[in-house]
Design a protein around this ligand. Structure first.
Ligand SMILES: [Zn+2]
Length: 100
């Protein structure tokens, strides 16, 4: 199963800020990592200033998204990501823990 045709549905799940419910402007969305079954995305809310790192991925039940509030700026996330501090597998692991 490819994520491509589910990706926009997944994005819709995280299209609103979890704190203030504002709609994220598309240009504030940065894809940090993309592979066949998972996209790691950074979102910044201009309304309340919060940022989340979100994973849109597929599991056996279909597409899901998991957001993590972060204090990191986009640049910091990119840097940490390159250092493998944040990767899709970690977030998938967390998703499994939270849903079990
Ligand atoms: Zn917000």
């Amino acid at each position: 199963m490819s994520l491509d045709r589910h990706y926009h549905k997944g994005l819709q799940l995280i299209s609103h800020c979890p704190l203030c419910q504002s709609h994220y402007p598309p240009r504030e969305t940065t894809v940090l990592d993309a592979r066949d079954d998972a996209h790691l995305i950074y979102l910044h809310c201009n309304t309340c200033g919060s940022s989340i790192v979100a994973l849109v991925a597929l599991d056996e039940r279909g597409v899901f998204s998991q957001g993590l509030l972060t204090d990191l700026s986009r640049e910091e996330v990119m840097r940490f990501h390159k250092g493998a501090e944040v990767n899709p597998d970690d977030v998938i692991e967390m998703h499994k823990v939270l849903t079990n």
